[in-house]
Design a binder for this molecule. Structure first.
Ligand SMILES: *[C@@H]1O[C@H](CO)[C@@H](O)[C@H](O)[C@H]1NC(C)=O
Ligand SMILES: *[C@@H]1O[C@H](CO)[C@@H](O)[C@H](O)[C@H]1NC(C)=O
Ligand SMILES: *[C@@H]1O[C@H](CO)[C@@H](O)[C@H](O)[C@H]1NC(C)=O
Ligand SMILES: *[C@@H]1O[C@H](CO)[C@@H](O)[C@H](O)[C@H]1NC(C)=O
Length: 760
């Protein structure tokens, strides 16, 4: 059995804005300055993005007269949601291409202010600070992070080994030669391992049978995912990078000196991308090679398979890695915001959700009465002011709309889409479309035409203005960039949510980290390699950010088990952003984020280095958990290679020593146990702070924990009862042990169920 795991393509919210990089070209002896121009071509003609790009290159080639120039001068190829491209063109070339029959619209580019690429600054890991985790961990120099992904582009400056000491002696891995990949040339003291796995996809090198587009028969990647992920975990410092102007700043990974081993398991094929048989082999090798941390940004659609099904290789393979002291991090998935959508749910894995950063690109909309509204959609267009009209349907956009701004509403009832309006905008040459949309959190690609998404409240304000005046007008100005405490941090719409549908007593996701518009390394296939960096969004970006943090923690606490590292992350995570503002959950409606959105909360690296107490667990605890989960003894025996006799009656799943308490079916009183290990000052006294969920009574014994040189570990019992009379939803709370300086906080998620398995 060799099932396919779909490879996430994370262009979900990739904002593509263009920085106007000027240079001079010499054509036919005369030199003329070029500027970036955006050529919009409407709906794409092919489903295959490669064909779309090929058609763009052909169009550019017919203009510039050479294939080489076409690829050299192209900046972006827009080929997924619609078709178009951005290219360096002289004014006369731009004029000429605007007359091409396929071109809908051609517009010159505009500017944004440079901004920092700020994931780790946002998380408080500032390189300029003389103290703190980044400093204490020596940027993770002795830690090796294994990445299972789509390969790596070794020439990226993120993988430079400048300033790194010798490769840690325990490293037993290797760099495998392959197509366009020479281990002597492409591996170094940063990229210390590179392997590729394709045996279950292509037999005997018959790669022409199912390959889509270009591939390298080596660890070199084509699709820019692995390089992005690897550089987010452990990329070196690279100053002045951006996605063509967006998010300008210094790029770097969470552990800028940690070593990277890339295991290429994903290929672009007709059947799928990342074969489980190959992934298992890669995990197997990674364990043998001596990695300390494994980061995997892969997942697949619902339904989710149990912890020990062989097709769920992540949980199964991860069990063995964790049993050997290797921390395994995985993305929570991009299937949010629905409940039960979280992936990679085994209790021994660290499952990572994605949040936004403190950086926004709002667009000012100024009405004729001088009221200004701020739209979430970024716009790269120059300022445009026009007459404003309202239509209740895209079909009502007639020639009357030519040259005007159009306000429309997208509702569940009218069933129209943004595309209906955009197509009509093109057909009648409207100046722009302002759409009040059901979800306005999706940032759209700026394409040189005005399309702005707003919420219903803003839509209603504009509509009331239109009705109040005889000659309504609207001005759309270019976006501004705001950084800092402007808009609350949110768990991203796409980030998969709990509860855990397989083991409802195990809280998932565990932790959250930034994963929206993250700028990191990419490959030349992304068409902007002159820059070499690109912005991507997804839980794929959040997981390696935490992998970098784990590498730093491992450097300062080399003897901590994976469960201790995970506990340190969760008990110190924050439910507020770095400015102390609460974190929200993005979705059809807004609410405060809860543990099913972000687990313990937003990762807080400096605090995680000094958690006070930890909730430890080892392979025996996980085996007991498998007994509790009613797995048959034979399977557990085979997995663990120990003769397992599960106790009778089976143990309670609630007793797994997790840094969280999740009770999905509370009816009668329940008592459970947790054990904490002191990793702080030897003589410490911890007191209890309880914040019980609504309608739930909790009593804890003892209420004080006293540690000294002989007492390192203490257990406590938690008894939970409900006062609800009917099935309730989940209510949330916290249980905190505090010694005055360390708050060891675990999330509580409790649901009363008089009638179990009732759908709600
Ligand atoms: C597969 O191709 C690679 C490179 O083209 C070559 O080195 C290798 O020997 C081939 N393997 C087989 C089994 O033919
Ligand atoms: C980065 O850009 C800034 C501002 O444009 C400039 O002052 C600085 O020298 C640049 N640094 C590098 C290393 O290119
Ligand atoms: C809007 O502001 C402009 C410039 O400040 C001013 O000339 C105009 O009268 C104002 N319009 C209204 C309706 O207040
Ligand atoms: C610990 O948590 C309590 C309750 O939320 C809070 O009042 C206190 O300030 C926290 N202490 C620290 C050191 O964070």
């Amino acid at each position: 059995m060799n099932s396919q795991v779909s490879w996430w393509v994370f262009g979900v919210i990739s904002v593509v804005l263009i920085l106007n990089l000027e240079y001079t070209v010499v054509q036919g002896g005369a030199s003329e300055e070029t500027k970036i121009h955006i050529v919009y071509l409407g709906e794409r003609e092919h489903n295959d993005p490669e064909l779309v790009t090929a058609s763009h290159l052909r169009m550019l080639e017919s203009l510039l007269g050479s294939k080489k120039d076409a690829s050299e001068f192209m900046v972006h190829s827009y080929r997924h949601g619609f078709s178009g491209f951005a290219a360096h063109l002289t004014d006369s070339q731009a004029k000429k291409i605007a007359e091409h029959p396929d071109v809908v619209q051609m517009s010159p580019n505009t500017f944004y202010e440079p901004q920092t690429t700020r994931t780790f600054e946002y998380l408080g890991l500032s390189p300029s600070s003389p103290k703190g985790l980044l400093h204490d961990a020596n940027m993770g120099e002795d830690v090796i992070i294994g990445i299972l992904d789509s390969g790596v582009w070794p020439e990226s400056p993120s993988f430079s080994d400048k300033g790194l000491g010798p490769i840690p002696k325990r490293w037993k891995g290797t760099c495998v030669d392959g197509e366009n990949f020479d281990s002597k040339k492409h591996c170094n003291k940063k990229l210390i391992g590179a392997r590729y796995y394709m045996d279950s996809l292509f037999k005997n090198n018959q790669t022409d049978s199912g390959i889509l587009g270009r591939e390298y028969m080596s660890a070199r990647e084509v699709f820019p995912h692995g390089s992005h992920v690897a550089s987010t975990a452990a990329g070196a410092y690279v100053p002045n990078v951006s996605d063509n102007g967006l998010g300008m700043g210094t790029a770097r990974g969470g552990a800028p000196k940690a070593r990277i081993a890339m295991y290429k398991v994903c290929w672009q094929t007709e059947d799928g991308s990342c074969a489980t048989a190959d992934i298992l082999k890669a995990m197997d090798d990674a364990i043998a090679d001596g990695v300390d941390v494994i980061s995997i940004s892969l997942g697949r659609a619902i339904p989710i398979i149990s912890e020990i099904d062989v097709n769920n290789v992540f949980s199964y393979g991860a069990f063995h890695a964790v049993s050997k002291g290797i921390t395994v991090l995985m993305a929570a998935g991009n299937f949010g915001p629905d409940a039960y959508s979280v992936q990679n749910i085994a209790p021994w894995i660290i499952t990572v959700a994605a949040t936004s950063l403190d950086r926004w690109f709002p667009t000012p909309l100024t009405l004729g009465n001088n009221v200004t509204l701020w739209a979430r959609t970024p716009s790269a267009n120059p300022e445009v002011q026009a007459e404003l009209i309202y239509v209740d349907s895209s079909k009502k956009m007639t020639s009357e709309a030519e040259g005007k701004m159009v306000l429309g509403f997208i509702t569940a009832e009218n069933g129209e889409t943004a595309n209906d309006f955009i197509n009509q905008q093109i057909a009648v040459q409207a100046a722009g479309v302002i759409l009040a949309d059901r979800r306005n959190d999706i940032m759209t690609v700026s394409i040189g035409m005005i399309y702005i998404s707003i919420d219903y409240q803003q839509g209603t304000t504009i509509l009331n203005y239109i009705k109040s005046t005889s000659k309504p007008t609207l001005k759309v100005s270019p976006s501004i960039t705001l950084t800092g405490p402007v808009v609350a941090t949110k768990v991203a719409d796409f980030s998969s949510r709990g509860p855990n549908s397989v083991s409802p007593c195990v809280l998932k996701p565990d932790i959250a980290a930034p994963g929206v518009s993250i700028v990191a390394a990419c490959t030349p296939e992304k068409m902007n390699y002159e820059n070499g960096f690109t912005a991507m969004s997804g839980t794929s970006m959040a997981a390696p950010a935490v992998a970098g943090v784990v590498a730093l923690l491992k450097a300062v606490h080399p003897d901590w088990s994976p469960a201790m590292l995970k506990s340190a992350l969760i008990t110190t995570a924050s439910s507020t952003d770095p400015y102390g503002e609460p974190i929200f959950s993005e979705g059809l409606s807004r609410k405060l984020a809860d543990p099913f959105d972000f687990g313990g909360g937003l990762v807080n690296p400096d605090k995680a280095a000094n958690p006070g107490l930890v909730y430890d667990a080892d392979a025996q605890d996980y085996i007991r958990f498998l007994c509790a989960s009613n797995y048959d003894e034979m399977s557990i025996t085979k997995i663990s290679k120990q003769t397992i006799k599960c106790p009778s009656p089976r143990p309670s799943m609630l007793d797994l020593n997790l840094p969280s308490i999740t009770i999905p079916y509370l009816k009668e009183d329940v008592t459970l146990t947790r054990t904490v290990t002191n990793v702080g000052p030897v003589n410490s006294v911890y007191k209890l702070i309880l914040q019980p969920p609504m309608g739930v009574k909790i009593s804890v014994r003892p209420k004080r924990l006293v540690f000294n040189s002989r007492v390192k570990k203490l257990s406590y019992q938690v008894t939970v009862s409900t006062t609800h009379k009917a099935n309730s939803i989940y209510f949330f709370g916290s249980l905190i042990w505090t010694d005055g300086s360390h708050n060891v906080t675990i999330p509580l998620s409790i649901r009363t169920q008089m009638l179990t398995y009732f759908d709600q």
